[in-house]
Every structure is written in C-alpha cells, then in structure tokens.
Ligand binder design. Structure first.
Ligand SMILES: Nc1ncnc2c1ncn2[C@@H]1O[C@H](COP(=O)(O)OP(=O)(O)OP(=O)(O)O)[C@@H](O)[C@H]1O
Ligand SMILES: [Mg+2]
Length: 228
C-alpha cells in the first residue's frame, strides 16, 4: 500500500518559458511559502512543548511501528535519519533496524544545494560531529546514488497530509533527493501524533511521501504512489 509505482526525476526548467513553478524547478509560490512558514512555526512550537517523557514515549512507539513495517520488505538497506531535538525518531530505531539485519544509511548534507549524500550507520561509534553542531556518520561517503539501493526511505517531516504532501524544515534537501527513489520503494515520514493534517501547503517541487508513521495509529498509507 505504501509503494511507489514509478520513479520521477525532477524536470529541467526549459529556457525561454515563463517563470512559474513547474515540477522540480524549485520555485516556491509566495503565498505557499508564507503558508508553509506559518505552519512550520506552529508545528515547531508544539514540538518544543512536548515533555521529555512524551518525546521518549513517541520514539518508542515509532520504533515498534517502523520495525514492523521493515519486516514486510525484501532484503536491502533502509535510508533513515538522525533526529534533531524533538524530531520523531531515535538512535534506538536505527539500532533496531540493524539488529533486524538491515543496513542503515544516513543522509549527509552536501556542501552546495543538491541531493543528499549517504553514509552507513554502523552503530553509535560511527557518529561524529558534523556541521551546525549536528552529528553525522563518519563512515565513507557513498554518494547520492546510494539512495537507489534502499528498500525503505524514512524521512523527517514537520507534517504531512493524506495526499502525501510533506512539509520539511525548509531546506529543500529532500525535495532535491527523493526523485531518485526507485519505483515501488516506500517513502515514509515519521510524525508525532497530530501532525497528519487535512492539508499541507505544497509547491510543484515538493516530493510526496507514500506513507506516514505516527506513534498512536502507526503506519498510514497516504494514497500517493510517490509520483507527485
Ligand atoms: N528540486 C528542486 N530544485 C531546486 N530547488 C529546490 C528544489 N526543491 C526545493 N528547492 C528549493 O528549496 C526551497 C525550500 O523548499 P521547501 O520549502 O519545499 O523545503 P522543505 O520541503 O521543507 O525542505 P526539505 O526537502 O529539506 O525537507 C524552495 O523554495 C526552493 O528554493
Ligand atoms: Mg518541500
């Protein structure tokens, strides 16, 4: 249910065409950009208000749901991420995937705007200091194409809706990356309860998710096959 049916590469912006948003060209309509920012502020405030106990309980529930989801998949790596602050997810989730026999790849932010690079997570010792005070893997960089080997892609998000629209933190990194996910591979956002919204504002460049995982209901398919 969470599968993509076909891949889709971001399109090039043809010279001489009027300046308007077309899939993949990265132009954000001003009203959409404003609505995204307003929503981000509200959602980040709500995340900050979560107590350490609530965050830990959510992380534990998400870990269980994701491990269950991963059991249904063929052999292959899982692309995941290291949560920052109150972001849903945990190192325990990464360790759980490894304990279940999965190799785990983590994103590495590229020096210039472009698709995310990837590197293996081989346990807590494989993490070191990265830019902006964040941790990142210290293992060799595998290049953006490593994403094409994944059988599941877990992505961070501030919110998503049932059409698969996803709101990130505003860097555009995942939007530049997810077009390379092979057809049929689920792209799943991890959320806190309350972050699956009726509608998330989206630009044509926004890459959809095929499903979300929330602490309480667990995995929910979005009805989007990942084509946009
Ligand atoms: N495919 C793309 N090509 C070029 N620029 C892009 C592309 N996708 C996004 N961008 C740029 O990134 C900016 C931020 O996009 P957006 O607000 O959708 O980020 P986001 O989805 O919240 O971030 P992320 O993808 O990192 O989670 C856009 O305004 C645009 O300038
Ligand atoms: Mg986006």
């Amino acid at each position: 249910m969470l599968e993509r049916e076909t891949g889709h590469e971001p399109g090039a912006h043809a010279a001489g065409t009027p300046v308007r948003a077309t899939p993949g060209d990265g132009v954000s309509a001003p009203d959409v950009a404003r609505r995204k920012d307003t929503l981000r502020t509200r959602l980040l405030q709500a995340r900050r208000a979560l107590t350490p106990e609530q965050r830990a309980a959510a992380a534990e529930d998400l870990r269980g749901h994701v491990l269950e989801l991963a059991q249904e998949l063929r052999d292959g790596p899982v692309c995941a991420y290291l949560p920052i602050g109150a972001e849903p997810g945990s190192v325990a989730l990464l360790d759980g995937l490894r304990a279940a026999g999965r190799s785990v790849l983590l994103p590495v932010v590229p020096p210039r705007p472009g698709p995310l690079d990837w590197a293996a997570y081989t346990g807590p010792d494989s993490l070191g200091p990265g830019p902006l005070g964040l941790r990142e893997p210290t293992t060799p960089r595998l290049g953006p194409a490593a994403l094409r080997t994944a059988v599941l892609v877990l992505v961070p998000a501030l919110a998503a809706d049932r059409a698969g629209r996803r709101l990130g933190r505003g860097g555009g990194y995942y939007d530049r990356t997810l077009g390379a996910v092979p057809a049929g591979v689920p792209v799943v956002a991890l959320l806190h309860d309350g972050e699956l919204l009726d509608e998330v504002p989206a630009d044509p460049h926004d890459r959809p998710v095929t499903g979300v995982v929330l602490p309480t209901p667990g995995t929910v398919a979005t009805g989007n096959n990942g084509r946009g």
